[in-house]
Design a protein around this ligand. Structure first.
Ligand code: FES
Ligand code: FES
Length: 151
């Protein structure tokens, strides 16, 4: 009999029947958390980004068994207590167009703000370097992050 894998997702303990399943598929198909998107499926676009123990990770590259006992947070989890400040800033700055990149972008930005509440522009660009956006030209996204720095 196959053993199940336990992990925490957005503060909930969940179990996965197949430790060899990609974390992205487990989140989307088994938990119905569809914020993380599949773009490239090979670690290059960042659309699938989630937090694993606070660090942004491409969930398309991680197997469920690799995050056993870890704390996984998705874009949905960031909004559990109302919109996260980054999500609020994205709304205010109109930083989303088609929205495909947005959950991953927000997760990466939230990780940055958790370790550096007032990042300069270089830090923002570096933190979001792995998240590609084909719509916005990035200006509105950087403007959203600028908003989170305002008093
Ligand atoms: Fe994971 Fe593109 S889908 S990095
Ligand atoms: Fe469309 Fe970023 S808003 S890819």
């Amino acid at each position: 009999m196959r053993e199940t894998t336990g992990l925490r997702v957005n503060g909930r303990t969940v179990s996965a029947a197949d430790p060899a399943k990609r974390l992205l598929d487990f989140l989307r198909d088994d938990l119905d958390l569809t914020g993380a998107k599949e773009g490239c499926g090979m670690g290059e676009c960042g659309a699938c980004t989630v937090l694993v123990d606070g660090e942004p990770v491409c969930s398309c590259l991680v197997l469920v068994g690799q995050v056993a006992d870890a704390e996984v947070v998705t874009a949905e989890g960031l909004a559990a207590q109302g919109l996260h400040p980054v999500q609020e800033a994205f709304v205010q700055a109109h930083a989303s167009q088609c929205g495909f990149c947005t959950p991953g972008m927000i997760v990466s930005a939230a990780a940055l703000l958790a370790r550096d509440p007032r990042p300069d522009e270089e830090a923002v660009r570096l933190a979001l370097a792995g998240n590609l956006c084909r719509c916005t030209g990035y200006a509105s996204i950087f403007a959203a992050l600028q908003r989170t720095r305002e008093p």
